[in-house]
Design a protein. Structure first.
Length: 156
């Protein structure tokens, strides 16, 4: 899901505004404005540094570099880059949060590859209202998973 490989992605440019339901069967790079829902069940979504998304997202992998107001349901991985500003809940199997990324919401880590929302696996819940890396006390680099703080409730 490297944003530098945008030639392999369908591209929504900076000047494009979309309102409604967006769905597809290929990877998508959003650098414009999207409001509504984004359904890319077996594919990846990258929200570029200029992207402003107010939507609920269902995708295989999600990388956020811009602004997102909405929930993420990623069947594999979610990646919040240092320029990300996310307000909403994240449901994913794996997550990487770079130092400087902002997250206000909860993170539910799914244990296995069962469809999200239909799992009986234990769920870890992390709540944050400050920049994610600062709240976790970690200077995380790309690809480094954020630790779960000891005061974080874990439901089973």
């Amino acid at each position: 899901m490297d944003a530098s490989k945008t030639a392999e992605f369908a591209h929504i440019g900076k000047s494009v505004v979309i309102k409604g339901e967006l769905s597809g069967s290929e990877d998508l790079y959003v650098d414009g404005v999207v409001e509504g829902t984004i359904q890319l069940q077996g594919n990846n979504l990258v929200i570029g540094p200029n992207g402003q998304v107010r939507a609920h997202i269902h995708a295989k992998g999600v990388t956020v570099q811009g602004k997102l107001d909405g929930n993420i349901r990623a069947s594999e991985k979610t990646d919040l880059r240092k320029s990300a500003a996310v307000t909403g809940d994240i449901f994913t199997q794996r997550i990487a949060i770079e130092e400087g990324a902002y997250l206000k919401g909860k993170i539910d880590i799914q244990k296995d590859a069962k469809p999200i929302g239909k799992t009986d696996a234990p769920v870890e819940t992390v709540k944050s209202a400050t920049p994610a890396a600062a709240a976790s006390g970690v200077a995380a680099g790309a690809g480094m998973a954020a630790p779960v703080a000891s005061s974080t409730p874990v439901t089973k």
